[in-house]
Design a protein around this ligand. Structure first.
Ligand SMILES: [Zn+2]
Length: 109
């Protein structure tokens, strides 16, 4: 995967919301690719899988592709963004609580 980042070959990410099906090599908008359901329980261990509606080809994008798509603001499931935001907000809440505890301890001593 790292090698792919260093030696870029043809990409299925075309930009402007267009992807190339790695099987039939026909470009399509994201509406043409169906994200297959992942078991929520094991989602953190799974890669997203897409199906090209036109030809039925099922594929899982490689890491560089995911990174490129992520940077382009494309293809990242809404659930993933929401989950990440919730994690960050949760960490902020923990930090705020720790800060309050430290301040209270300082006030008591
Ligand atoms: Zn296809």
């Amino acid at each position: 995967m790292v090698l792919n980042l260093l030696t870029p070959g043809p990409s299925i990410v075309l930009g402007h919301g267009q992807l190339l099906c790695p099987h039939c090599e026909v470009s399509d908008s994201m509406a043409g690719f169906k994200a297959l359901r992942l078991n929520e329980k094991y989602k953190h261990d799974l890669n997203p899988v897409y199906k090209h509606s036109a030809c039925g080809h099922v594929f899982s994008p490689g890491d560089p592709w995911i990174i490129a798509a992520y940077l382009a603001g494309e293809l990242v499931p809404v659930e993933m963004v929401v989950s990440l935001r919730e994690t960050v907000e949760g960490l902020h809440a923990v930090l705020a609580q720790l800060k309050l505890d430290v301040e209270r301890r300082h006030a008591e001593s």
